[in-house]
Design a protein around this ligand. Structure first.
Ligand code: IUR
Length: 450
C-alpha cells in the first residue's frame, strides 16, 4: 500500500464486488481512526460493504483491526475464567443488559460490558443508562478495572482509546442505512468483545418484525458469523436466537426502560424480561462451566434477582459510574418514587382498543418508529435525544380486550403525538381470535461455542 492509502480506489474495489486484503482493511480502519478518511468516504465504504458483503476472512480481518484500533484490556491473572459478557443485536424494549450485568457480578463474575447507543429503530443500553443523572459511560481501561475490582460490573461506551474505530463507524452506520450488514455487525460487536479480553460471551441474536433481521434463517447466519469471530478471538462464544416481534416487557423508551430494569432487579419485573435475563445468564454460566446444566444456571441468575444481590451490585455500579449516592439509593429502594430521580415527560396520552378480541401482537417496529419521531432516537449523528419519551403497554399478548380499553400510554413532549401518529400507532395493536395466537417460546434456538 502507498504511504497515504488511495481511499477512492479501496471504495471502488469493494463497490465492484472485490475482496479486500488484510492490508487494505487495516488501511481503511486506520483511516477511520486517525480521521485521514473523510466521513463521506467512510459512508461510501460502509455502503459498498453493505452492498457487496465480505467473505469470512475479510470479516475476521475487519473485526481484529477494529479491536486493535484502541486498547485491548488486560485483567489480573486471578480473574482467569471469570470475565464474561452478553451482547444483543438490538431490539425494542430490550433492557436485558441492565439487570444481567449486575446479576452476573452478584454470582462472582467480572463483567466489563462495552455497549452501544440506539441504532436505527432499536434502543441502546448507553442511552438508557444516560437517563440517570450523573451516569458516566466514558471510563478508561484503568477505571474499568477498578470498578470491576470494587463492584464486579460496569457498562461503558467506546472512547478515543477503546474501540475508537467502532465509535466512528457505529455513528455513521446509524445515519447511512448501513446497519443491517453481516460483516459490519460482526465487526462492531466482536471488536468490542475482543477488546474486553473475555473468557466467555453469550450473544442474543434477534429475529422478527422489530429486529434487524426479519427471518430466523438470516439471523442464524448472523449468529454463526458472530460465534465464529468470537471463537477466532479466543472467546468461548455461544448465541441464542430470540424472537423480536413484540416489545420486551411493558416499557419502551430510555428512562421508562431503566424503571423496568430496576423492577426486574427488585424481583418484580415482567415475566418475559425475567425469562430472558435468566435464560441468557444461565446459558452463559453453563457454557463457561460455572453451572452444571442450563436449568441450574438459570436458577442461579434468578436467585441473584430474588435475593436483592444483583440490585445491590447495580446500586454500587451506579455510584462507581458517577451517580450520587442519594440518587442511587433512591432508585434502588424497594418503594422508590422513580420520578424523584428520572425525568418524566410532561405529557401522557392513552390510546383505546378499537375492537374486541384477543391481543395477538403489539408490533414493536411501529411503536419504535413512533417513539423515534417523538424524539427517543436520532436521525443525525450525535444528536441529543429526549430520554423521557416512551411508551407503557397496558395490555399483553394473549389478553382479552374490549373496545374502549386503554392499551398504551405514550409519554411525549415536543413534537406532540398528533392525530396522524396516533392513527399509525393504532396499527401496532393486532386483535383477533385466540386460536391465531403464536405460542412460540421467546428463545427458540441455542448455538453452542465451536
Ligand atoms: N450492537 C453493536 O454493538 N453493534 C451493532 O452493529 C449492533 C448491535 I446491530
Amino acid at each position: 500500500m502507498p504511504l497515504v492509502p488511495n481511499f477512492p480506489e479501496l471504495i471502488r474495489k469493494k463497490r465492484d464486488g472485490g475482496r479486500l486484503t488484510a492490508e487494505e482493511i487495516r488501511a481503511f480502519v486506520r483511516g477511520v481512526k486517525d480521521k485521514t478518511m473523510q466521513d463521506s468516504q467512510i459512508g461510501a465504504m460502509l455502503m459498498a460493504i453493505w452492498q457487496s458483503g465480505m467473505v469470512a476472512e475479510e470479516t475476521l480481518a475487519l473485526t481484529r483491526e477494529m479491536m486493535l484500533s484502541g486498547e485491548v484490556l488486560r485483567w489480573p491473572k486471578e480473574w482467569t475464567g471469570l470475565v464474561v459478557d452478553k451482547h444483543s443485536t438490538g431490539g425494542v424494549g430490550d433492557k436485558v443488559s441492565i439487570p444481567l450485568a449486575p446479576a452476573l457480578a452478584a454470582y462472582g463474575c467480572k463483567v466489563p460490558m462495552i455497549s452501544g447507543r440506539g441504532l436505527a429503530h432499536t434502543g441502546g443500553t448507553l442511552d438508557k443508562l444516560e437517563s440517570i443523572p450523573g451516569f458516566n459511560v466514558h471510563q478508561s481501561g484503568q477505571q474499568m478495572e477498578q470498578i470491576l475490582k470494587d463492584v464486579g460490573c460496569c457498562i461503558v461506551g467506546q472512547t478515543e482509546n477503546l474501540v475508537p474505530a467502532d465509535k466512528v463507524l457505529y455513528a455513521i452506520r446509524d445515519i447511512t442505512a448501513t446497519i443491517d450488514s453481516l460483516p459490519l455487525i460482526t465487526g462492531s460487536i466482536m471488536s468490542k468483545k475482543g477488546a474486553e479480553s473475555l473468557y466467555s460471551l453469550v450473544l442474543d441474536v434477534k429475529y422478527g418484525k422489530a429486529a434487524l433481521y426479519k427471518d430466523i434463517r438470516s439471523a442464524r447466519v448472523l449468529a454463526q458469523s458472530l460465534v465464529s469471530a468470537g471463537n477466532d478471538l479466543g472467546i468461548r462464544t455461544g448465541a441464542v436466537l430470540s424472537s423480536m416481534d413484540n416489545p420486551i416487557g411493558r416499557c419502551v423508551g430510555n428512562s421508562l426502560e431503566v424503571v423496568e430494569a430496576l423492577e426486574c432487579l427488585k424481583g418484580r419485573g415482567p415475566a418475559d424480561l425475567h425469562g430472558l435475563v435468566t435464560c441468557l445468564g444461565g446459558y452463559l454460566l453453563w457454557m463457561s462451566g460455572k453451572a452444571s446444566t442450563l436449568e441450574s444456571g438459570k436458577q442461579e441468575i434468578g436467585k441473584t434477582l430474588e435475593s436483592g444481590a444483583a440490585l445491590r451490585k447495580f446500586q454500587a455500579m451506579l455510584q462507581a459510574q458517577g451517580v450520587s449516592s442519594e440518587n442511587a439509593r433512591s432508585l434502588c429502594s424497594m418503594d422508590s418514587d422513580y420520578t424523584q430521580v428520572l425525568r418524566r415527560a410532561c405529557c401522557q396520552a392513552e390510546l383505546e382498543v378499537q375492537e374486541e378480541g384477543t391481543v395477538l401482537e403489539i408490533n414493536g417496529m411501529i411503536l419504535a418508529e413512533v417513539l423515534h419521531r417523538l424524539g427517543a432516537g436520532r436521525t443525525k449523528s450525535g444528536e441529543p435525544i429526549n430520554h423521557s419519551v416512551g411508551a407503557e403497554l397496558l395490555v399483553t399478548v394473549g389478553q382479552q380486550v374490549k373496545t374502549g380499553d386503554s392499551w398504551i400510554r405514550i409519554h411525549y413532549e415536543t413534537p406532540a403525538l398528533d392525530e396522524k401518529l396516533q392513527e399509525f400507532l393504532q396499527g401496532a395493536l393486532v386483535i383477533g381470535s385466540p386460536d391465531l395466537l403464536n405460542h412460540m417460546p421467546l428463545v427458540s434456538e441455542f448455538i453452542p461455542p465451536k
